[in-house]
Design a protein around this ligand. Structure first.
Ligand SMILES: *[C@@H]1O[C@H](CO)[C@@H](O)[C@H](O)[C@H]1NC(C)=O
Ligand SMILES: *[C@@H]1O[C@H](CO)[C@@H](O)[C@H](O)[C@H]1NC(C)=O
Ligand SMILES: *[C@@H]1O[C@H](CO)[C@@H](O)[C@H](O)[C@H]1NC(C)=O
Ligand SMILES: *[C@@H]1O[C@H](CO)[C@@H](O)[C@H](O)[C@H]1NC(C)=O
Length: 540
């Protein structure tokens, strides 16, 4: 059961959690690293602390409550009411208890059939053989049932084999989907990181960014790089581990299907041909195999139930974004307010960057150089440099660009036309209003602001787990039905195989007995006929 525990978690949660492993890091980093006076890029201790943690008790929600109401053997068989909570001992014991009948059958079978085998063995060696009555009907019936159960075992094996194939495909699909989501996130984070890295150099000579903002950009960059590294290694590790587990499960099920099929067919043939010793060897082997398959069957039933619970839990979690649930314990998302604050701060950086660049354009580049030498006079001349479009107003509401304003994403391209050649002391010697130095700084600033505009919502989504919600929604809609259906196939196939082989075993023994009696009776009849013949001749 231990080796399968990850499987349940794996498919629907652990991997999804792999994706979100980024959040714990941010969560740790946020309060310590980035709380910095007024201008934090990614803030905000206050919102964070009064967020999800503060509300813990008021809006706690039980996930998949109805589904998970099961008897709990670890609590005197009282009903378990805690809902889906993978870290709760009682949840685990109550969901395992759903497979109790199967484990029960395995135990009863193991003990019961073991004892019968012993007594048969004992009788075979020591009991005096008494002639039994031989009934043609019993013989025919046992043969018919033997054939029936063998066919049932074959059908069970086919269901099991098909089921495990489909189960494996749907688990692999789910895994691939989640991993691709994760890799997508990594790519985006890498892009954010490279944008932020270029921004480190921003600082236009004449007017530079507020130093606190530069510091914060640096910190966010560090945080993002860290998140990327951990998410990347986490994803790779989980992916490999889960693939290995899935492959082992697949292999185990194929082997079980093959062996059980072989045992059923072999047993049938050996009993038909009356090879008693071999039949008894096979019976002993089958006795152990059947016990093992029943246990495996119970494990799969548990797994099937946990999957169902997890699917329902994910759905309810997605639909109740504000409630505190057991999923939040493993998915430490930042509350919505903090994420919004983050978004607000990225907007603030964007706004200030664009504003700074525009101030330089308007107050420095686009003026006629004053007659005295100085910062504002670098012999700028020629057509006026177009300003950047600021996508935001000062209150961070969205603003429409006006004609002639440049989009931050292609500003660098257009500004190229306004760059002049410079002398050794940075004076323009040709027509132009931007020195190469100014140009570099300004396009870096434009790069950062366009990047932050583009990735801001993504970063916010990362923090409040809305991207996990999206992933869960897709898993719930696209993958859960198949996962549940095919795990059911597997356990139904397993049950069918175990029951059919179990009954076949009993019938092998019965049939062998009937066969022996038939032979014995025939011999007896032949012998008595012989004697009566002999007496008749003697009489003559
Ligand atoms: C990351 O940036 C590269 C080049 O800037 C771009 O081609 C790619 O689509 C971006 N990736 C994502 C996930 O946005
Ligand atoms: C889940 O179970 C753990 C361990 O019993 C417990 O500490 C935690 O509070 C539970 N979570 C919820 C949301 O019930
Ligand atoms: C100033 O720029 C003009 C071109 O606009 C150029 O002809 C002139 O030589 C420059 N003056 C100096 C001192 O470089
Ligand atoms: C702006 O970003 C693009 C791609 O993201 C990069 O190729 C380019 O070098 C950047 N420009 C500057 C000036 O940083």
């Amino acid at each position: 059961m231990l080796s399968l525990k990850p499987v349940l978690f794996l498919l629907l949660t652990v991997v999804c959690l792999g994706v979100s492993k980024v959040t714990p890091h941010q969560k740790q980093e946020l309060p310590t690293a980035v709380v910095d006076g007024g201008h934090g890029v990614f803030p905000v201790r206050i919102a964070y602390e009064t967020g999800s943690n503060g509300e813990e008790d008021s809006s706690s929600m039980i996930l998949a409550e109805k589904r998970t109401r099961r008897k709990d053997p670890a609590n005197h068989l009282k009903y378990y009411n805690g809902g889906w909570n993978i870290s709760d001992r009682h949840y685990k014991s109550s969901v395992s208890y759903t497979a109790a009948p199967l484990f029960g059958i395995a135990a009863v079978w193991f003990v019961g059939f073991g004892l019968s085998l012993l007594s048969i063995c004992f009788c075979y060696c020591c009991c005096r053989r008494t002639p039994y009555g031989y009934s043609r009907t019993a013989y025919a019936l046992s043969l018919a049932f033997l054939a029936l159960f063998t066919i049932a075992a074959i059908v069970g094996c086919v269901i099991l084999y098909t089921g495990q194939g489909k189960f494996h495909n749907s688990t692999t699909d789910t895994l691939d989907f989640v991993v691709s989501e994760s890799k997508d996130t990594i790519n985006k984070l890498n892009n954010v990181s490279s944008i932020l890295a270029t921004s480190k150099n921003i600082g236009v000579d004449q007017v530079s960014l507020p130093p606190s903002m530069k510091k914060n950009i640096d910190r966010v960059d560090e945080m993002v790089s860290k998140a990327v590294r951990s998410l990347d290694s986490e994803t790779q590790k989980n992916e490999k581990y889960i693939h290995d587990v899935l492959n082992s499960v697949r292999l185990a099920l194929i082997i079980v299907a093959a062996i059980m099929l072989l045992v059923a067919l072999l047993g049938f043939l050996l009993s038909i041909f009356g090879l008693q010793v071999l039949v008894y060897i096979l019976v002993v082997l089958g006795w152990i195999l059947v016990t093992a398959t029943f246990i495996l069957c119970g494990i799969f039933l548990t797994l099937h139930n946990v999957m169902g619970d997890t699917c329902v839990a994910m759905d309810e979690w997605v639909q109740n974004p504000t409630a505190h649930t057991a999923l939040d314990d493993i998915l430490p998302c930042i509350d919505h307010a903090t994420a919004q604050e983050t978004l607000f701060q990225t907007k603030d950086v964007t706004f200030q960057l664009v504003d700074t660049v525009n101030k330089i354009i308007i107050n420095v580049a686009n003026i006629d150089p004053p007659p005295f030498p100085g910062l504002l006079n670098y012999n700028q001349s020629g057509p006026l440099v177009p300003t950047l479009c600021n996508p935001l107003n000062a209150d961070k509401t969205y603003r429409k660009c006006q004609d002639g304003e440049l989009d931050a994403s292609n500003a660098a391209q257009i500004w190229k036309a306004y760059v002049c050649q410079v002398s050794a002391n940075d004076m323009c010697t040709t027509v132009g209003r931007l020195t190469p130095k100014m140009y570099d700084q300004m396009s870096a600033a434009a790069n950062v602001s366009s990047g932050l505009t583009y990735y801001g919502p993504f970063l916010a989504g990362l923090m409040d787990c809305s991207f996990v919600r999206f992933t869960f929604t897709r898993v719930h809609a696209d993958h859960c039905p198949e996962l549940i259906k095919y795990s059911k196939w597997v356990y139904i196939g397993l049950t069918m195989v175990s029951v059919a082989v179990m009954l076949s075993l009993v019938l092998w023994v019965l049939y062998a007995r009937e066969r022996r009696h038939r032979k014995y009776t025939k011999l007896a009849v032949a012998a008595s006929e012989h004697t009566s013949l002999a007496t008749e001749t003697e009489l003559k």
